[in-house]
Design a protein around this ligand. Structure first.
Ligand SMILES: [Zn+2]
Length: 379
């Protein structure tokens, strides 16, 4: 008998091609969660034909994901339904629900799931399904209403393919959850070369190296060997400082909205600061932070009315955020169709011209200052 309000659910997503079996998602849900799920359930998302990656078994990392061809910045790598969704907090130790979650899966999915990493001991997690969940599950956003019971809000989902991607403190890929389709999409945070390992981050990469290593060891049972964790001590301290500065910079960088209407500030003050941020992001491999800077650089060029540079950065932004933020990509695609759709196109240039005109009128030559005709004209 269940000792918590969490109950077992089995979702069958019909395949768009009737010849294929349905995709099964097994879940332990709090009852308040059920109305938040899409109704009717979405169809199963077809797998991408000719994928750009392969999963390989490697001697030192078990499974790993590798690019089989070059993948552009922002490019979709894989899209997948979770195999199971469970509460993100440990349930009572003798909770039978985890094993039931496994037993609902088709045989091939269950067997594949059981090959996933499990860094929890039997004492810590008696059910291997729980161990696999605690090692692999990705937090998913479900747009919970604020009044909802806090204990029912946190869920983790496990994926048979996406969870094969290993960790890096400078990941080249990230994952976006989409509730209406019950899928997660992996996309490239920067261009990935054929043969390169595809990585995501399991932790906050802006933490100092010692904290990242301790966190990964404690929660995932491995020592990170990424290039940033392998830096010599002096460079590692620099890297820690840069990462901390990048985190702070997200909140303290020169304000684009203020600059955009403040003609007293230099035209390039936001641009220079953002170019500097992008360079530090590149150095630390923290490409997940790029979005806001790319967007604001494109906006700066729009306000300055520099169409060539606007197009260059807006096109990059659209590529980069196609999966991560499709609404934003659509907005900038519309501006690229016709830059005049951007309401304040060249605003700073236009304002400067108008001000110059006003100045000329406001400050006539000294010999005219007492001219009655001028006063009349100005009145
Ligand atoms: Zn690392």
């Amino acid at each position: 008998m269940m000792e918590t309000p969490y109950t077992l659910h089995k979702f069958c997503l019909r395949s768009p091609t009737s010849s294929l079996p349905p995709t099964i998602i097994s879940a332990l849900f709090h009852p308040s969660m059920i109305p938040l799920l899409p109704t009717p359930l979405p169809l199963a998302t077809p797998v991408i034909a000719n994928p750009s990656f392969e999963i390989k078994h490697t001697p030192h990392k078990a499974f790993a994901m590798y690019a089989t061809r070059d993948i552009p910045e922002g490019g979709l790598i894989h899209i997948e339904h979770p195999v199971f969704i469970v509460p993100n907090k440990p349930l009572p130790r003798d909770h039978a629900g985890y094993d039931q979650v496994g037993s609902q899966l088709p045989k091939h999915a269950f067997e594949e799931m059981m090959t996933m990493a499990n860094c929890r001991s039997k004492q810590d997690c008696p059910s291997p399904v729980e161990g696999i969940a605690r090692t692999n599950a990705l937090m998913i956003e479900l747009n919970f209403p604020p009044e909802m019971d806090a204990s029912a809000k946190n869920y983790g989902a496990a994926f048979l393919i996406l969870n094969r991607a290993n960790h890096s403190c400078g990941p080249n890929a990230a994952i976006k959850w989409n509730l209406p389709t019950l899928t997660a999409s992996m996309y490239a945070l920067r261009p990935i070369l054929a043969g390169e390992e595809i990585t995501k981050t399991y932790i906050d990469p802006s933490l100092p190296r010692s904290e990242r290593i301790a966190h990964l060891q404690e929660n995932y049972g491995f020592t990170c060997d990424c290039q940033w964790c392998n830096l010599p001590t002096s460079s590692s301290l620099d890297s820690d400082a840069t990462r901390a500065a990048l985190r702070i910079r997200l909140l303290t960088h020169p304000s684009y909205p203020k600059w955009s209407t403040d003609l007293a500030r230099a035209d390039d003050v936001v641009l220079n600061s953002h170019f500097d941020a992008l360079q530090l992001i590149e150095q630390e491999g923290m490409h997940g932070l790029q979005g806001i800077y790319l967007e604001e650089i494109a906006l700066c060029y729009a306000i300055l009315g520099d169409e060539d540079r606007f197009r260059m950065w807006a096109e990059r932004l659209v590529r980069r955020c196609k999966v991560e933020d499709s609404k934003l990509a659509n907005v900038f695609e519309s501006y690229l169709g016709d830059v005049r759709r951007f309401k304040r196109w060249a605003w700073r240039r236009v304002q400067r011209k108008q001000m110059q005109g006003k100045k000329a009128r406001a400050l006539p030559p000294p010999e005219d200052l007492f001219s009655p005709f001028l006063l009349e004209a100005q009145a």
